[in-house]
Design a protein around this ligand. Structure first.
Ligand code: MG
Length: 383
């Protein structure tokens, strides 16, 4: 048998983060005979407990509302697919970009964005909470899969991406080793917008499927109108489900193409001829064209009012906030109700952070069951 060999991503551009330029792992590992470092990161993420839990965490609809709506796991897979398309078209390191995309929502608490806001409010006096920074805590500290070290021991570039998102909430002390003044790798930047392309479109899809959004009303949005027109004259004759999917797949393609073309032009205009030049950049280089930015803002504002703040979605929000707040105070009062593996960290990071770690790791259904058990809200009261 011929000797095994590591094949790096082919045709990398000079501004890509090549495997050989990686700053490595905290705990050095010997090279694998045929898997590249970032391929190993992808594998480590997919095999993590936090990754599997994404299947039972809310994206917009709570998990039990219907089994064809997006969960945080399927959202993550869609974001990773779009990321890979963009990475390959721009000759970036596809393995690294995929690892960043697959891990980008690992730190999400149960119950979607309202869950995140609630955790941040509960932790206001104790260092705050944000899903990006918490994701870093998961891959560095909370995952327990290796005999020799805590966390997943991911490459520097994958971990760094958790604290480079432009709109994140920081957690005090988390990610302090990263230089926030350095330019953000293009492999990370593309995941920020692939995430948005994924959720803007799947939220349209889920919102229409649920009957919360209505196709006729979406005609007021420039992006929707344009995608609809691209379906052609057959549009009017299509059944509703095909109208939806034919329009949305064109919209995903249009936004992805716009992002690739605009970014390629920005890379050229900025003279990014090396990875060092990327690290010196002050502005994000991966952006949509001005016209699409404007139309995307219109779409996102529409979704905000008509979908995320729809009474059917908000109804679940209040319940979620109560569950998280009740659990938070219950564990603060009685830490023994948490598993020993969590309590062992109280002496190093303090009780509130341990309580936050435990709650943030829960899936939606587990939080419900735990609420019943710990807070006496149901049949598990006597446990
Ligand atoms: Mg996301």
């Amino acid at each position: 048998m011929s000797p095994l060999k590591i094949y790096e991503c082919a045709n990398l551009a000079p501004y890509a983060a090549a495997d050989s330029a990686s700053r490595g792992r905290v705990y050095p590992v010997s090279a694998h005979p045929f898997r590249s470092p970032y391929q190993r990161d992808v594998a480590r993420i997919i095999h993590a407990t936090a990754f599997r839990r994404l299947q039972h965490k809310t994206q917009v609809f709570v998990v039990h509302e219907g089994d064809h709506y997006r969960t945080r796991l399927t959202h993550t897979l869609e974001a990773a697919q779009i990321t890979r398309t963009i990475a390959r078209a721009l000759q970036l390191n596809e393995d690294l970009a995929e690892a960043i995309a697959l891990s980008h929502d690992l730190g999400h608490p149960p119950f979607g964005h309202s869950g995140e806001q609630t955790m941040n409010e509960l932790m206001r006096e104790h260092g705050g909470f944000g899903h990006n920074a918490h994701g870093l805590r998961i891959v560095e500290v909370l995952e327990s899969r290796y005999r020799k070290h805590p966390g997943l021991n991911l490459s520097y570039e994958v971990r760094e991406a958790f604290v480079r998102h432009p709109t994140q909430h920081f957690i005090r002390g988390v990610g302090a080793e990263f230089n926030l003044k350095e330019g953000v790798l293009l492999e990370a930047q593309i995941t920020f917008l692939a995430d948005e392309i994924a959720y803007d479109n799947h939220d349209l899809d889920d919102g229409l499927a649920a009957g919360i959004l209505h196709e006729e009303a979406l005609g007021e949005l420039a992006l929707w109108r344009q995608a609809q027109e691209n379906v052609g004259a057959v549009y009017a004759e299509l059944p509703a489900v095909l109208k939806r999917s034919e329009t949305i797949r064109r919209l995903v393609d249009f936004l992805t193409t716009d992002l690739i073309c605009t970014t390629a032009e920005n890379i050229r205009a900025a003279g990014l001829t090396s990875l060092a030049a990327v690290r010196e950049q002050r502005e994000l280089c991966v952006v949509h064209s001005p016209a699409v930015q404007k139309n995307k803002a219109e779409l996102q504002a529409y979704l905000q009012v008509n979908f995320y703040q729809h009474e059917r979605v908000l109804l679940k929000t209040k319940r979620a906030q109560k569950i998280l707040a009740d659990l938070f105070s219950a564990y603060l009062q009685t830490p023994e109700k948490m598993p020993e593996t969590f309590r062992a960290r109280i002496s190093t990071v303090g009780l509130p952070r341990v309580v936050c770690d435990y709650i943030a790791g829960m899936t939606d259904p587990f939080a419900e069951v735990e609420h019943a058990r710990v807070c006496g809200d149901g049949q598990f009261e006597k446990d």
